[in-house]
Design a protein around this ligand. Sequence first.
Ligand code: DQA
Length: 143
Amino acid sequence: MKAYVFNGPNLGRLGKREPGVYGSATHADLAQLCVRTGAELGVEVEVRQTDHEGELVGWLHEAADAGAPVVLNAGAWTHYSIAVRDAAAQLTAPFIELHISNVHQREEFRHHSVLSDLATGVIAGLGVDGYALALRWIAAHVS
Ligand code: DQA
């Protein structure tokens, strides 16, 4: 099985970006964790990051057409992008909304997600380990 991990804006800056909030792992570390976890589970994992909303929309269309599960950290788009929501709504396999930080402990504007009601599940606040947990769930529940 193939699964996608899509990371949105500013997540390419992990490691440098507000380490007190997002930790010290870089995006390359995150990608390595995902690919390694996938290999243990027999899941081919492809990790992508973009700062361009339309690019993420296109990737979601690709995953929808492939019928592939997705772990989606849409970053700030989570909170307001109807375009990302409309693309996520087209996914046919489960998708897991993921946040490295616990968005509910943070500013009010981060408490609302335009994705959560569409997501199969939501993981927030477990750091980059959340990605490995999401992939374990996918391996166990998606065929
Ligand atoms: C984030 C939380 C969002 O509120 C923020 O805009 C991000 C990252 C997280 O992983 O904790 O860019 O999705």
